[in-house]
Design a protein around this ligand. Structure first.
Ligand code: AQP
Length: 332
């Protein structure tokens, strides 16, 4: 079975619809066909300041949401990044393999640091991509299911894996991104030119899965569309409508063409009302299941303990090989 690895940050509390459709939904599907490793990336979360109590609670909440979304610890390895110290260890090696200019070209860093200002931007945010490279290479992953926003970091991963293999001999699997076209980028409901993101200037276009279903329905109904009335998929001319169609299509399994046909001659109101209902049907049981997992912290902790053990076995082997290849003197 090919191996997949992916991670999600525990920073915002609730996952948003972009996280779910862009990444987590694929994780659930891939555990059937792949040897799957999934983690909550708390080391990445501290690249911006975190309140310790909130970070701890949000890490549990992220795990509960992953289970509620359908991850099954019997069929995948689910763990917390900081429980496997090899991530930070290989991360350092990846830092030392990366050019300063190369790291400076990462667009996510450029965008985020421009928003924060130089004095509030941590060096950790700058080295985040190299930690992500280590996350992936430690598990010798063949594929990495992520949203489009992570494509550049995946390219860096491939480059560093090839660079290391070229200098020190075959060590790392060179991974491919696994990005589904339809859900690669879910857009903000109020600004369909921007990706849906927890750091959007206003939460009006952001669908948090754990929000009150009524509030979610309202956000869908007030989504920005255009002045035309035709329901047609066209990313360039009709980005708002196209975003709604992608979401609708993925959540229901109905093809876009079938949706276009279904809504022929009908207005945007009908599409939004139906999609609001689809969303409510999706988020309501998701919220309940998340709460059930949160109410049982012992089960959650035991899932994470088993996950960390399985993950460490793989990570330790890769790190030992890497240390050896680099010429570190073995500890006796
Ligand atoms: N809008 C999106 N469409 C598709 N996929 C998305 N992802 C995030 N936003 C979208 C994917 O979700 C996974 C987890 O991402 P993360 O843990 O890095 O979350 P994030 O980047 O903190 O989420 P945001 O909202 O995008 O945060 P900011 O605004 O801080 O950048 C990844 O696979 C990601 O591609």
């Amino acid at each position: 079975r090919p191996r997949v690895l992916s991670g999600i940050q525990p920073t915002a509390g609730s996952f948003h619809l972009g996280n779910y459709l862009g990444a987590v939904r694929q994780w659930v599907a891939l555990q059937e066909s792949h040897d799957a490793f999934y983690m909550v990336v708390d080391l990445h979360a501290i690249t911006i300041p975190q309140d310790p109590a909130e970070l701890r609670a949000n890490t549990r909440l992220a795990v509960a949401q992953l289970l509620a979304a359908g991850l099954d610890p019997e069929r995948c390895t689910l763990f917390v990044q900081s429980h496997v110290p090899e991530h930070a260890q290989l991360g350092w090696i990846m830092n030392c393999l990366t050019g300063f200019g190369e790291a400076s070209r990462m667009t996510q860093f450029k965008d985020k640091s421009a928003k924060q200002g130089a004095d509030r931007t941590t060096v950790g945010l700058f080295t985040y991509p190299m930690l992500m490279v280590a996350d992936i290479l430690l598990y010798q992953a063949d594929q990495v299911p992520v949203g489009e926003d992570q494509r550049q970091h995946l390219e860096l991963t491939r480059n560093l894996a090839e660079r290391f293999n070229g200098s020190y001999g075959d060590t790392f699997t060179v991974p491919d991104p696994y990005i589904l076209k339809e859900t690669a980028k879910i857009y903000d409901l109020q600004d369909p030119s921007a990706k849906m993101s927890k750091s959007a200037p206003t939460p009006k276009g952001l669908i948090n899965l754990l929000d009150e279903p009524k509030a979610t329905a309202k956000k869908v109904k007030s989504a920005v569309t255009d002045t035309d009335t035709v329901i047609r998929f066209d990313r360039v001319e009709k980005p708002g409508v196209s975003n709604l169609l992608s979401i609708y299509s993925t959540l229901t399994g109905t093809g876009i063409a079938d949706l276009e046909q279904k809504y022929e001659g009908k207005g945007y109101g009908a599409l939004k009302t139906d999609l609001a209902e689809v969303m409510v049907e999706f988020v309501t049981p998701f919220r309940t299941r998340t709460q059930e997992y949160l109410d049982d912290p012992e089960t959650l902790d035991s899932i994470l303990a088993k996950g960390a053990e399985k993950a460490r076995a793989v990570a330790a082997e890769t790190l030992a090989l890497t240390y050896d290849r680099m010429g570190f003197l073995p500890a006796k």
